[in-house]
Design a protein around this ligand. Structure first.
Ligand code: ZN
Length: 137
């Protein structure tokens, strides 16, 4: 397992890009709207892991709720796993509180599932399994 990306919530993608892309110098390799999660996502590689900037596309988006409650900042940490189904089964057996009992399709065709912060030391944890669609990108 290793860090896949760090998700950062921002009210305005352009404002976040002014820092991460323009000031710091990272490259944007992918921008995508993930309708199911109500976010527009920009991915900026930082070594092998990436910074994932998240801008809500509507007020009911979980990221909109996060911004209203906590303001901009680190929203989640994503860990890449080889077998997301097996990892979810293991976590469930250990009594972890899962937001997603089964994986769903995330940005770039990855399979993703979220683990509740209550079970992960206050950190919203995203599990990511790459798929062939993702590797081909
Ligand atoms: Zn993420």
């Amino acid at each position: 397992m290793h860090i896949e990306h760090i998700g950062i919530a921002t009210a305005k993608l352009d404002e976040a890009l002014a820092f991460w892309r323009d000031a710091l110098g990272l490259a944007v390799v992918h921008v995508e709207e993930v309708a199911e999660q109500g976010v527009r996502v920009a991915m900026l590689p930082l070594g092998e892991p990436r910074i994932e900037l998240l801008e809500p596309t509507h007020d009911a988006s979980p990221v909109a709720k996060f911004l209203a409650k906590r303001g901009p900042g680190i929203h989640h940490v994503a860990v890449r796993v080889e077998d997301i189904g097996a990892t979810l089964t293991r976590l469930k057996a250990q009594g972890a509180r899962l937001i997603d009992e089964t994986p769903r399709v995330g940005a770039a065709g990855c399979l993703v599932a979220f683990v509740h912060p209550a079970s992960a030391g206050g950190v919203l944890l995203e599990l990511v399994q790459h798929t062939s669609e993702h590797e081909a990108e």
